[in-house]
Each structure stands twice: as C-alpha cells, then as structure tokens.
Design a protein around this ligand. Structure first.
Ligand code: FES
Length: 103
C-alpha cells in the first residue's frame, strides 16, 4: 500500500508502506526527512506531519499524550499529527501527508 509524502522541499514521494509499522518508522527508513528522535514514545515531536484534510478524519483520534506533545510545538495546523502515533494499515492506502517544518 502506498503512503504519499510531500517533503520539506515540496517534492512528492510514493512510499511502499508495511502493515503494522508506525508511519514515523516508514518516513525515517525512507530518509525523507523525519528523524523520530525519541523512537516513537510521543516525546520529541520531531515526527510532526500535517495530514491531508480528507484523510485526517479517517484516522483514529489522537490520544491525550499526542495532543500534549503537539501543543509544545510553535506552529501546528488543524490536521497536525505525530507520525509515530499513526500505525499503518493497508486501509490507509493512498494516505497523503506533508512533513511539517522542523521545530
Ligand atoms: Fe518522537 Fe514521534 S518520534 S514524538
């Protein structure tokens, strides 16, 4: 299944995503510009992405700790998410997101 990513230079990437992986891990392994410093424990917010609005509503709601971590960032958008908190499943085929500017 395909994860569509717009990187910080505006370039589009189509990544082959694997069921059960965190989206952060997929972005990190393809080296599109996400570090995931804390390894996915909702602590660093370096995995911040902005999900395309029509996809955002198809994702499970963020948990409290994700909302709290997003709130520490200087600039977030209505569909900002921490990509380590999005677990890939093949129903998400075609999901589109943009990498947020590094904080
Ligand atoms: Fe650190 Fe997502 S990888 S908050």
């Amino acid at each position: 299944a395909i994860l569509n990513v717009i990187d910080r230079d505006g370039r589009a990437h189509e990544l082959e995503a694997v069921e059960g992986w965190r989206v952060m891990e997929i972005l990190r392994d393809y080296k599109v510009g996400i570090e995931g410093v804390c390894g996915g424990s909702c602590d660093c917010a370096t995995c911040h992405v902005v999900v395309a609005p029509d996809w955002a509503k198809r994702l499970p709601e963020p948990r409290e700790d994700e909302i709290d971590a997003l709130d520490t960032l200087p600039l977030i958008e209505a569909t900002s998410r921490l990509s380590c908190q999005i677990i890939w499943s093949d129903d998400l085929d075609g999901l589109t997101l943009t990498l947020a500017e590094a904080a």
